[in-house]
Design a protein around this ligand. Structure first.
Ligand code: AHZ
Length: 335
């Protein structure tokens, strides 16, 4: 929090400088290649001589496009793709990136804003409830919570946005993670498994704004990302939700959807965490998307199962990774 303090001395032009005391300089994230030692306190009282460094517009353009296209190139072959950056997908990404810094992890999120339904609690209220023992995940990522003691069966985070922004910021700081937001998974890449079945071997992507216009514009073909393991956490059915589950059914990889059942917090959370698994070879489904596969109950505004389903999805991904990667290698096509 920025703490505006009374200045001790007058700055340039006799203006009393407003010190931005309390900024955690000592814990500031190191900036790659930075040579400047200036702090924001140095600006105080010096605004008349303040000036930004000169720039040409093309520098800004190239700074963005060079990196984005390098990322598209780098992640065209990913190790793990996570579809959907809601509470479950972000939790899975955190665990995977931390456990395996050697793996390339791409997150594809249809929305401009990652976080899914985890920016607010139930009915647009602020607080986020997590049933124990999911408080272990909060301690892992460093999110403060209220706990009424050992007798209490849940903990409360004062604002859901504190959970989501913390996990998101941790995930984005891992060097082996790339978030492609405003990008939709439109289809799955499939391979025959030789027994009449399929193996999922990547995702088919497009800008979300393009995806939304397939009905009124023609010939807007997609892009692709190959990966031996996909984790789908696209939430329950809705305009975008349950994407991979529905696509599996439509292409015969899954017989039918179970359909999400009514709300029952007690059965729902255990069922989602325990059921998080490889639903079809190469495709793990977790979070509320799984309720559509298994016919599990919904839990409404209690988020412990989303965090721990993410933890389990990461564990499942690492369990199957070598086998699925070997199958990709046996396709005999160099990458
Ligand atoms: O934008 C979606 C959201 O951010 C994204 N998504 C959906 N389809 C996609 C696609 N390509 C890329 N085809 C896609 N991204 O997936 C994210 C899903 O987040 P979510 O918060 O809806 O799902 P979750 O399973 O992580 O958390 C569910 C939270 C709920 S709903 C619920 C209930 O109704 O009972 N209870 C809880 C805890």
């Amino acid at each position: 929090m920025i703490d505006f303090q009374e200045p001790a001395t007058a700055g340039q032009n006799g203006v009393l400088p407003v010190k931005l005391a309390g900024l955690p300089h000592s814990t500031a994230v190191p900036v790659k290649g930075s040579v400047s030692t200036a702090t924001v306190d140095d600006f105080a009282g010096n605004w008349s001589t303040f000036k930004f460094a000169p720039i040409r517009e093309s520098q800004v353009s190239r700074a963005m496009t060079r990196r984005y296209f390098a990322d598209l190139d780098h992640y065209a072959e990913s190790d793990i793709v996570i579809v959907g950056a809601g509470s479950c997908g972000l939790s899975a990404a955190y665990c995977l990136a931390k456990a395996r810094p050697d793996l390339k992890i791409a997150i594809i999120e249809a929305g401009v804003a990652p976080g899914g339904g985890a920016w607010l609690g139930g009915q647009l209220f602020s607080a986020m409830v997590m049933r124990k023992p999911a408080d272990a995940f909060l301690r892992e990522v460093g999110v403060a919570y209220e706990d009424d003691g050992p007798e209490s069966n849940f903990v409360v985070i004062k604002h859901a946005a504190l959970f989501t922004s913390t996990v998101l910021s941790k995930v984005l700081q891992f060097p082996n993670v790339k978030l492609f937001n405003a990008t939709t998974v439109e289809d799955l890449i499939t391979r025959s498994n030789g027994n009449g079945g399929i193996r999922i071997a990547g995702v088919v992507t497009n800008w979300t704004l393009v995806s939304m216009h397939h009905d009124d514009q023609s010939c807007m073909d997609p892009n692709t990302i190959n990966a031996p393991v996909i984790i789908s956490t696209t939430g329950h059915d809705g305009p975008f939700g349950a994407f991979s589950a529905k696509r599996l059914v439509s292409m015969g990889g899954l017989e039918a959807l179970g359909g999400m059942r009514g709300l029952d917090m007690n059965s729902a959370e255990d069922a989602i965490v325990k059921g998080t698994r490889e639903v079809s070879p190469g495709l793990i489904i977790g979070g509320m998307e799984l309720s559509e596969v298994d016919g599990a109950n919904r839990m409404g505004p209690t988020f412990g199962a989303m965090a721990l389903s993410g933890v389990k999805a990461a564990e499942e991904a690492l369990r199957i990774f070598d086998v699925r990667k070997q199958e990709c290698a046996e396709e005999g096509i160099a990458y």
